[in-house]
Design a binder for this molecule. Structure first.
Ligand code: 5AD
Ligand code: SF4
Length: 444
């Protein structure tokens, strides 16, 4: 039986697509190889969001070149966002690559393998088949990704995603709900709805079968067996009152929103074309906290965007403190080819300044997160058990509804929800032990 090796870079959407590639390849008779040297098919699912993502992938591709030299029969396949962005160049610059396909063509992987060395990305874009409709081999038994849309209609000036993932297209709600039901039957208790901008879900669907994002959330939550619903990522401009109400009213929808802010400066937000300013972002946070006071908010932040001054940067620091994020992903601006900022704005913040700013931002994010996570100490929190702790085999690891990793001792079973008494907190994790559950009263 032929063996494949798959390496995934980038976001959850790629993690999802890779699970589908794995499912597809296994359905075609492939088995998974432990490393590239043992594989007849080497697959990369790539990302190109920042220059550093390209570099990381190209380092790995070098190993595929070496293997191809040693064993010319090996097939090297490159999928995902980098492949899409390089469609004109990939076969010219990397002649040992046999096939390339964009993120909208995962469903064609089988066919492409049969017709190696066709320049897939040149020929097709999104083929109308959601990778979510393909068989999946999930990384985790009790949690699943659910693709609800592909592509993005935003025009954020720094971002390459609309170029590589195309226009937004929503998946049919019936297909989504059928998939969730089958995942639940398979033992899944937690689902994360995935889209580049989940909130605009449904706007492109025909009026008769249309569902809004808030309705979809509630419908997914109502699927028997599903205990937890999450989603990523929303765009702050598209979060409406109905979504906030679902967070308040539907118990399965978790107390966490990842709400990418990108900057705390209204001036920079305008140049980024985010279509909200600092004030509107803070208003949204206030409305969310009004409805769900204890909700966890996490975010994405970029430093060193073209023209960002010290004053602009201080506004990002103060936004972190004012909101009190439970966590944040922080990035140094990286100009991307074909984007508005990459093409027409001077990358004028010096590398030293970028490096100073990212360090200062990380310090502030950690201090704020540590303060926020401390509120869980002393509480009994529901944890979905994932498995043994990676650092200590005698303990368990899982996630709270607020999406924080919790390590704990006591008796537990993967895939179950257990009450954990939280004893300590860092800026990213909680620790404790299984809380004694009060025995139900026996009525004679
Ligand atoms: N440079 C730096 N960070 C970027 N992001 C997107 N594009 C860029 C870029 N050109 C960040 C944003 C986004 C996250 C996934 O990556 O913060 O939310
Ligand atoms: Fe990377 Fe963006 Fe593609 Fe995700 S959608 S893999 S973050 S480029």
């Amino acid at each position: 039986m032929p063996r494949f090796h798959l390496t995934t870079f980038g976001c959850q959407m790629n993690a999802h697509d890779s699970e589908r590639m794995r499912g597809l390849l296994v359905s075609l008779g492939y088995t998974e190889a432990p490393d590239r040297d043992a594989a007849e098919l080497i697959v990369f699912n790539t990302c190109t969001i920042r220059g550093s993502a390209d570099e990381r992938f190209l380092g790995n591709l070098g190993e595929a070149r070496r293997i191809k030299r040693e064993r010319p029969d090996v097939v090297v396949a490159v999928g995902g966002c980098w492949a899409q962005s390089q469609k004109e160049m990939v076969f010219r610059d990397f002649p040992f690559v046999d096939l390339a396909f964009g993120p909208g063509e995962v469903s064609r992987l089988g066919e492409l393998l049969a017709r190696e060395r066709i320049q897939a990305v040149g020929a097709f874009t999104f083929d109308g088949r959601f990778s979510g409709d393909l068989p999946s081999l999930r990384d985790r038994d009790h949690q699943a990704w659910v693709q609800i849309s592909v592509g993005c209609n935003c025009v954020c000036s720094y971002c390459i995603v609309p170029q590589v993932r195309g226009r937004e297209s929503s998946r049919d709600p019936e297909a989504i709900l059928a998939e969730v039901a089958s995942q639940a039957a398979d033992g899944v208790v937690e689902v994360t709805l995935l889209g580049q901008n989940v909130n605009s879900y449904g706007r492109d669907l025909p009026a008769d079968g249309r569902m809004r994002f808030a309705e979809l959330l509630a419908a997914v939550a109502a699927v028997p067996g599903i205990d937890r619903v999450r989603y990523t990522s929303p765009h702050p401009k598209d979060i409406r009152g109905d979504v906030i109400e679902v967070h308040r009213d539907v118990p399965e929808v978790c107390e966490h929103i990842h709400l990418p802010a990108q900057s705390g400066s209204s001036r920079v937000l305008r140049a980024m074309r985010r279509t909200y300013d600092r004030g509107r972002y803070l208003d949204l946070v206030a409305r969310i906290r009004d409805a769900v006071p204890d909700i966890a908010l996490t975010t994405d932040l970029i430093v060193g965007f073209p023209g960002e001054t010290d004053e602009d940067f201080r506004e990002t620091l103060s936004l972190v403190e004012e909101v009190g994020f439970d966590g944040a992903y922080t990035f140094v601006y990286s100009p991307r080819p074909g984007t508005e900022a990459g093409e027409s704005m001077d990358d004028d913040v010096s590398p030293e300044t970028k490096s100073d700013r990212i360090s200062a931002l990380i310090d502030t994010v950690q201090a704020t997160a540590r303060e926020r996570l401390a509120r869980h100490v002393g509480r009994v929190t529901e944890v979905l058990v994932e498995g043994r702790s990676r650092t200590d085999e005698s303990r368990w690891s899982g996630r709270t509804r607020h999406n924080v990793t919790a390590n704990f001792s006591g008796i537990a079973q993967p895939g179950t929800l257990v009450p954990v008494l939280i004893e300590t907190a860092t800026s990213t994790t909680l620790a404790g032990h299984v809380a004694a559950v009060a025995a139900p009263a026996v009525v004679a």
